[in-house]
Design a protein around this ligand. Structure first.
Ligand SMILES: Nc1nc2c(ncn2[C@@H]2O[C@H](COP(=O)(O)OP(=O)(O)O)[C@@H](O)[C@H]2O)c(=O)[nH]1
Ligand SMILES: [Mg+2]
Length: 451
């Protein structure tokens, strides 16, 4: 052996030893972090070691894990599964509806849409539940989702009655549940389930782990403020964090290879929770999935078109949220000033969408000279074959579409009912191409101040 080849051999064995040590360390960390275990991560006192551990294991994670299609599959591939029970071989994603108002239920549905698309699963959608009947059941100290589970099939409206499911099914296969939630458990109970409980009281979702140094530094700057009333949910998370305010970060990519027939998000947790994306382009794409594919259906449009014909094509609209919302404290002058700020003049008809039953509240609107229209003016058009308990909610869906088509619109701040209208009117705050606070899809490069 020449001196040169001897040195080469020593060098090679040093390199091999180093590589082996790194591989062993990585394997050890991987052993400590089984797939699907949530990653505890304190935003206040960053646990650097744990963080690097995550990185060293997952740095090979593909950045391009997202489905290839930019927004949808071929428009012709409509896939609505017409079955009342499980279809053999289908991998489902579903969720416990949170109860409360329809738009709270819609937020959970929208998060499920994003997750089902990311995880390449068939989305099982649940019926809309009435707000008021749910509220009565809730008075017995039940959370909204428990109240939802007390409702009978006759109290509920399947989404096929008002959502454009062919549009949604261009994004992913969809199956409609029309039964009570108890019956849904019985019908799908024979499948293998993975129950997932991740509450906004304890953390948020990310689409995947950060990989590059830039992604890591953005991730480290994330804020999380636990939403305390949600800390009663998800006992496993409660135990994990005890009383501290560390954030539990769960990664959707951990569920990509899950073999369970059903991924089921428990306890109404898809309402409220954030899905934070590592990549801005991916976040924009995920928002577009919802914006382009979640729309009210042709039957809603047909009724709204008739109402608009009667009012006249030029009209303004306002949503005045009252009953069980913080906006009930707003004096009537607040709304009058908002109309004035939005240049809603009295010569244009004003449609008032509201849950306020006492029309005397709107006396000052009339005194100002506004020509008011309400749902009750179109009673003959707003006739539905649904339980009386759900008529107000169902009417509200039509009113949302009506407000969407008004020339000018005044919203109730902080109402999810209003937010859908603003979003579809393109009147929400946009930063770097991403809608802010009107969908639960965010980008880690943005600083979030609250949940
Ligand atoms: N018909 C009708 N119902 C409304 C209106 N505003 C609120 N509601 C009712 O109150 C509930 C509001 O809850 P939700 O949709 O979750 O919106 P949020 O509570 O304002 O965020 C709806 O389901 C309706 O039952 C409205 O303008 N028209
Ligand atoms: Mg609500």
């Amino acid at each position: 052996m020449t001196e040169y080849s001897w040195i080469q051999t020593v060098k090679r064995s040093i390199i091999v030893t180093c590589l082996f040590t790194v591989a062993c360390l990585a394997g050890y960390v991987y052993y400590l972090l089984p797939a699907n275990s949530p990653v505890l991560y304190s935003h206040r006192t960053l646990a650097d070691n744990g963080f690097r551990g995550v990185l060293s294991v997952f740095s090979t994670e593909q950045l391009s894990y997202l489905p290839n299609s930019s927004t949808s599959n071929s428009a012709t591939s409509v896939r609505i599964l017409n079955s009342t029970g499980p279809v053999k071989g289908v991998k489902y994603l579903s969720y416990q509806p949170p109860g409360n108002g329809w738009n709270n239920q819609r937020v959970a549905l929208e998060n499920a849409i994003v997750m089902a698309k990311l995880l390449n699963r068939t989305l099982l959608v649940h019926p809309m539940a009435p707000h008021d009947k749910g509220a009565q059941l809730k008075a017995g100290a039940n959370p909204g989702y428990v109240a939802y589970n007390h409702l009978e099939q006759s109290d509920l409206v399947p989404l096929s009655a008002f959502v454009d499911l062919s549009l949604l099914s261009q994004l992913m296969p969809v199956q409609v549940v029309a039964t009570s939630h108890q019956q849904f458990y019985r019908d799908f109970g024979q499948l293998t389930w993975r129950n997932i409980c991740h509450s906004v009281g304890f953390g948020y979702w990310m689409d995947r782990r950060p990989v590059t140094s830039e992604e890591v530094s953005m991730f480290k700057r994330q804020h999380f403020h636990p939403f305390n009333i949600w800390r009663k949910k998800c006992p496993k998370e409660q135990k994990l964090v005890n009383h501290s305010s560390v954030a539990i970060v769960e990664y959707l990519t951990d569920y990509i290879n899950d073999t369970s027939d059903m991924l089921y998000f428990e306890q109404g947790t898809l309402f409220g929770i954030h899905i934070r994306f590592v990549n801005l382009g991916d976040a924009i794409m995920a928002q577009q999935w919802v914006i382009k594919h979640f729309r009210y259906g042709p039957s809603v449009h047909a009724i709204v078109d008739k109402i608009i014909k009667r009012i006249g094509s030029e009209f303004n609209a306002i949503h005045v949220r009252r009953t069980d919302h913080p906006a009930r404290k707003f004096p009537v002058d607040y709304w009058l000033a908002s109309l004035e700020n939005a240049n809603c003049t009295t010569d244009v008809p004003l449609y008032v969408a509201t849950d306020e039953k006492d029309r005397r509240y709107f006396g000052p609107f009339k005194e100002k000279g506004y020509k008011l229209h309400w749902a009750s003016d179109f009673h003959d058009l707003l006739q539905f074959d649904v339980s009386p308990d759900v008529v107000e909610d169902f009417t509200g869906i039509h009113e949302q579409l009506l407000c969407e088509q008004a020339a000018k619109f005044v919203a109730t701040p902080g109402s999810t009912f209003s937010i859908l209208i603003l979003r579809n009117r393109n009147e929400v705050e946009i930063e770097d191409g991403l809608m802010m606070n009107s969908l639960h899809v965010f980008w880690i490069g943005h600083q979030m101040t609250g949940v």
